[in-house]
Design a protein. Structure first.
Length: 92
């Protein structure tokens, strides 16, 4: 069931562009990588890396005068958390 969940998450996140959705997706990505049994994911390590690495480097200009706007620094920090898993070392 873990692999089906991961595949569904990858399909959901793939191509996302909205900054607020990306913040949520990056947080979920890091949680999935931290919580799931990595020995069962195999092939999906590359897929999980690819689904976030396509956002590097982040170039983003936030909406002016919006106190709830996502910041470039916030996106960069969230993406960094996603990419720092040892399982991704082979894909860098």
């Amino acid at each position: 069931i873990e692999t089906k969940f991961v595949q569904g998450f990858i399909n959901l996140m793939d191509g996302e562009r909205d900054p607020q959705n990306l913040m949520i997706a990056f947080e979920l990505h890091a949680m999935i990588m931290a919580q799931l049994d990595q020995t069962n994911l195999g092939y999906y390590h590359a897929e999980m890396f690819d689904v976030v690495s396509c956002y590097f480097p982040i170039t983003f200009t936030p909406v002016m005068n919006d106190p709830n706007a996502v910041t470039p620094e916030g996106l960069k920090a969230a993406l960094t958390k996603c990419m720092e898993f040892p399982e991704f070392a082979a894909h860098c």
